[in-house]
Design a protein around this ligand. Sequence first.
Ligand SMILES: [Zn+2]
Ligand SMILES: [Zn+2]
Length: 376
Amino acid sequence: MSEFQKNQQNNEGANNSLNITAALYWDINCVSISRKIVNGTHSKEDSEIYAQMKNSTDVFISQVMTGCFTALQTNSLSRCTSFINEFGWKLLAICAHSEAFRSAGENLNEADWLSFKNLLAQNQRSVEVFANSRDLEWRGPLLPYASSNLLPGLREALTPDINLAQEHPHHLVQLPDGHLKRPTHRGLAQVNISSSIDYKNPKINLRTPQMRACYLCRSPQTCECRHISMVGDMVELVEHLEKGVTVRALANFRKGEHLGEFSGQIYPESHSYRESVYSLLLNAYDAEARQNLNVGTVFPDQYGNWTRFISHSCEPTARFVNLIVGNEAISDVQAERSISMFEELTVDYGEEYFKTRPIFCRCGTKSCKKPPPSED
Ligand SMILES: [Zn+2]
Ligand SMILES: [Zn+2]
């Protein structure tokens, strides 16, 4: 095999691992949402969907247990037992909820399975925080086996720990050493909100007849549309030593995909008494004036969502766009190019940001406009 062929095969293996890992996070999120829906409603259809998911996990775990108790080992069972030795019961039980994981153990060739496990090893803490903060009930399928003395490490894995699901997932930032912290700004906890809060009533970012049509339904009349995005479920907050809190993708996003509204407290433009590192001007195109007019400023310092933690890059992966949705002018984050699993989400904060601040850019890209002085 030539070097080129080898490289190509390695790349394919790496892509395969990334896609399986993306599917793993997606599956965990789906099972968690499905459980919440079932707990909140009494729909027979929803209950059946969740019961099916739960049953697939239970069957898988019971096969793994058979493998542990008997010498009868298929390839996928021996993979599971070595997986438990490497990663422990907790990660196995979490992954067992994913169809992508169950099928990977059975179908991947040895090289791809190893490359998938390497990627998982680098992201074990992330998967565990993801599952726990979404309240995945991963202990359930293991409980029937808890009394056995023949399964080393199982009881320890089942010991209850801090309940991360009491907090919104975006109230948790993963530190480089694996610990978690609550995001704060000037000593105040940064609270997640699902949509912007106006500093007054009536709203100041209300759509006027001169503004463009609704981005979602194209109606020139006021409509009831709301921008709802699942993307917030598929990102995590990670502390970077130089940049502070950053946002990491836990899925692949398409170029042009609308990732989420930049939410916060909306004030008039004149309200700039605070030196905010997070604020963003909210503009809307006015057909009469034939230009973008300012409709306010979004301050997500204390109340906002995950989009406020997107770092600057001189080669950004996303950008802010002004949109009209329903009866409001909003600022949305849109993917500038396709974004891969585990990539950082970044936007360009604009030249003013660095001109007016005595700081350097830490983006580390080739085209960085204000890099820190080199150390040599
Ligand atoms: Zn609409
Ligand atoms: Zn830069």
